[in-house]
Design a protein around this ligand. Sequence first.
Ligand SMILES: Nc1nc2c(ncn2[C@@H]2O[C@H](COP(=O)(O)OP(=O)(O)OP(=O)(O)O)[C@@H](O)[C@H]2O)c(=O)[nH]1
Ligand SMILES: [Mg+2]
Length: 322
Amino acid sequence: MGVFSKLKQAFASKKDNDTYLSGLSKTRTSFSQKIRKLSLNFTGVDETFLEELMIVLLEADLGIKTAQKVVNEVENRAMDKKLKSMNEINECLVEVLLEMYEEKEDDFAYNESGPTVILMVGVNGSGKTTSTAKLANHFLKQGKTVAVVAADTFRAGAIEQLKRWADRLSIHCIMGRENGDPSAALVDGCRYAKENAIDVLICDTAGRLQNKVNLMQELSKMHKVIHKEISNQPNQVYLVLDATTGQNGISQAELFMESTNVNGIILTKLDGSAKGGIVIAINDLLKIPVKYVGLGEKVDDLKVFDPSAYLYSLCEGLDDEG
Ligand SMILES: Nc1nc2c(ncn2[C@@H]2O[C@H](COP(=O)(O)OP(=O)(O)OP(=O)(O)O)[C@@H](O)[C@H]2O)c(=O)[nH]1
Ligand SMILES: [Mg+2]
């Protein structure tokens, strides 16, 4: 059985497959249309073909380095295995993309002796507040008790925004004071979580574009404050990245990773982007896992990232090409 059929079979049994398929429809439509166009002119794996493949991958936002690796690998395999038809090339492309994605073990661990704390960071507008609510919903569905901290004291209306989500989810929101110190809200949040046997405490923070030194100081202060209240926390720092910002997201991520220990990425707005290939670039260049993907605006649209469901959703239909 070819890699495509295996992906298809695995995908059929996944519970989130509808959200994946619809969330990635923009990327898939654009990607598969271009591959189809490539097939029309296909006469063999020559320089023109490889150049055109490179353009398709760049347009899907794999980024130059990652796209080049994929093209080289497809070329090598096509030569080695003497691949002739576009069907074989498509199969080979999917295989290469799948192999490029190195799965990393999830370092998330529930705190056995108290609340598990998650800190959400990222530039403004990336989707931190929305993802805080979606993540809260995810843990509620796992049967956990959850509370959220509105520690974005910087942007007017940010605290209310999270409070509204919390009310909808019927969970407690520990609210910071507008223009106050975000650390005070974090301390209150940690204390509330300890006193009320909360399993998971998710802390939303302000998104400010700032230089590395300030960012480092701010993140380190938040870390310290949480750590002082709950000794082995935060367990996770999630960097929230907007998929529509494309390769810019990679440089943002680099800045955050230099400033603090980031455990994983929440990649939002994949549904609004035709550039879903960014997932592969993040994995290849940053070496940190995409842990969740935002595939829509509803509270249920945040999904645990699943590489094979992602790849299948990107390439669905390509196996029918001749
Ligand atoms: N379509 C779609 N929209 C999303 C997704 N995630 C977030 N959004 C939208 O993006 C916008 C910004 O989201 P917020 O959660 O407020 O972003 P933020 O990072 O908290 O913004 P600041 O607090 O201003 O830094 C909102 O309109 C959200 O509905 C997603 O996965 N898909
Ligand atoms: Mg926000």
